[in-house]
Design a binder for this molecule. Structure first.
Ligand code: GLC
Length: 540
């Protein structure tokens, strides 16, 4: 692909959870040849870049977020050659490919950890975080140095390693030992890993828990918090340490050697200021960082306006925003926002918001169908977090990882075998094949929005000004910075499930709408919006 340094500012990203997208060999788990076979669908949908969750060699204790070899593909997903073919075909269709770099921790089966845990004298030992075992409690268990918690095992994050008489840190499961980023060999190795994949043609990375790389040097205990989802701790010391920004800037240098590669950080937690800080004050940090605050907003125009405003205000000068509503760790937004009779209508309002706000949108596979996901039966649970917290529904992540729904054949056309998770109920009608035939479907609406976004550069790059403060109506104008007409698009989104009056500030013609035909003229002044109406207007 030709060198285009800012492609990611215009791009629409599409996250693929590879286990669940398309299975080519009947083992019930999706794979790289499966993704490759569906590239024409993604090109026709109109997305610009894929982020594929990890497919590196892994014992799959956290389904690939536990890596045992950063330079190879797990046989479950295919081979390095399959990866090359996938990237080549994607590029041929004008689609870029981002991988997922899990650099905070490795698998306990990674040869680095196997060596590190063998002896305190081994040169690899210092790649991980250790604490000598001192006291033991009356049951003989080592007393940990602080109160840090394993998020997926819901116990102390310190695990015993008998060979060295030490504890190692595992913030997720015990199978994901944490690397010591204060050891300069660790960041240097990850810069090399980036270079390896850039050489293969990969266009960038999503960095897993990028703000967790550094822990407090003194291992201080976290203070108490009332938030159950944070396990009743304010995570001051086990993540989000300021030293991380220097490390992110170093990774950025490795990306900049190529000119057009992009790094997107996952911030751990819901703090726009933290996500903003990952960009660096002078653009020396990540290209983008996720602000997850948007994923936790209730269905309300006011709530999203406030959240977007806060995000824009938090970002340093020159930093580029991004927005997302769903990913592989959170209940899908169509389910979060569902309401009898309005579920798909709300999915369309959400899509219009995501694809027209100022900032790169990140879609999650299947959201273009209005996929809801489903809570599996206990015997079908796969996620370690879901198993540890069953029957609580707030934590487990299987519901958002159900197979992509391609057609109405067995298992939604995802596999010819037994799918690793059952597809959500309703897949016989909610699937690509059925929705492609229906001009009113959620899928048809996404396609129309994506096509419009491509044809109207102001929807990607233009400035944004909110109009009004109505609690139900989210209204903003996107204005092109360039070109003779300085094209203007007014976005009007009615979040309410009832009619609402609206005073249109200036007339125009409909570009796209859920209730009005493209090309129809609307005059300035009072108008009535239908429940959950989306209206995109080219302003005169
Ligand atoms: C991130 C990933 C999540 C994974 C965890 C540990 O939060 O998104 O899926 O379990 O990191 O790598």
């Amino acid at each position: 692909m030709s060198l285009d340094r800012d492609w990611w500012k215009r791009a629409v990203f599409y996250q693929i959870y590879p286990r669940s997208f398309m299975d080519s060999d009947g083992d019930g788990v999706g794979d790289l040849p499966g993704i490759r076979s569906r590239l024409p669908y993604l090109a026709a949908l109109g997305v610009d870049a894929l982020w594929i969750s990890p497919f590196f060699k892994s014992p799959m204790k956290d389904f690939g977020y536990d890596v045992a070899d950063y330079r190879d593909v797990d046989p479950l997903f295919g081979s390095l050659d399959d990866c090359r073919s996938l990237v080549d075909d994607a590029h041929g269709l004008g689609i870029r490919v981002l991988l997922d770099l899990v650099a905070n921790h490795t698998s306990d089966e990674h040869p680095w950890f196997v060596e590190a845990r063998s002896s305190r004298e081994h040169p690899r030992h210092g790649w991980y975080l250790w604490h000598p075992i001192g006291r033991r409690d009356p049951l003989g268990r080592p007393v940990p140095p602080n109160n840090w918690k394993s998020l997926f095992e819901l116990r102390s994050a310190w695990f015993e390693n008998a060979a060295t008489d030490e504890l190692y840190l595992g913030t997720f499961t015990r199978h994901q030992p944490e690397l010591d980023w204060r050891n300069p060999e660790v960041p240097a190795e990850f810069a090399e890993i980036l270079r390896f994949w850039f050489e293969l043609g990969i266009d960038g990375f999503r960095l897993d828990v990028a703000t967790a790389y550094f822990k407090d040097a003194e291992l201080r205990s976290n203070p108490f918090s009332w938030k159950p989802l944070d396990l009743f701790q304010r995570h001051l010391y086990d993540r989000n340490r300021p030293e991380v920004f220097g490390a992110l800037a170093e990774l950025r240098k490795a990306a900049d050697e190529r000119g057009d590669r992009v790094l997107v950080g996952e911030t751990h937690g819901r703090d726009p200021a933290l996500a903003a800080a990952c960009h660096g004050a002078r653009g020396e940090g990540l290209h983008m960082a996720f602000n997850f605050e948007f994923l936790f907003r209730p269905w309300s125009a006011k709530a999203f306006r406030e959240s977007a405003r806060a995000w824009y205000a938090a970002l340093p000068e020159g930093a580029w925003p991004n927005f997302t509503l769903s990913n592989h760790d959170q209940i899908r937004h169509a389910r979060r926002f569902r309401k009898a009779g309005f579920t798909d209508a709300r999915a369309k309002v959400a899509a219009a918001m995501l694809l027209t706000l100022r900032g790169s949108p990140f879609l999650y596979y299947g959201e273009e169908l209005g996929m809801l996901g489903a809570f599996p039966r206990r015997s079908d649970l796969r996620d370690p977090l879901g198993i540890a917290t069953w029957p609580l529904r707030a934590y487990g992540r299987d519901p958002e990882r159900t197979p992509m729904q391609w057609d109405s054949s067995a298992n939604a056309g995802f596999t010819e075998g037994k799918p690793w998770l059952p597809p959500e109920p309703g897949w016989r009608t909610r699937n690509v094949e059925a929705e492609e035939r229906d001009p009113e479907s959620v899928l048809s609406f996404y396609k129309a929005l994506l096509a419009l976004r491509r044809s109207r550069p102001e929807l990607a790059l233009g400035s944004l000004a909110f109009v009004g403060e109505d609690p139900d109506l989210l209204v903003y104008e996107r204005r092109g910075e360039e070109g003779p007409g300085k094209a203007r698009v007014l976005v009007v989104l009615n979040f309410a499930s009832r009619r609402r009056n609206f005073t249109l500030p200036s007339g125009g013609s409909v570009l796209l709408g859920t209730h009005r035909k493209a090309g129809a003229r609307i005059l300035a002044g009072s108008m009535e919006l239908s429940p959950c109406e989306v209206l995109l207007l080219a302003v005169d």
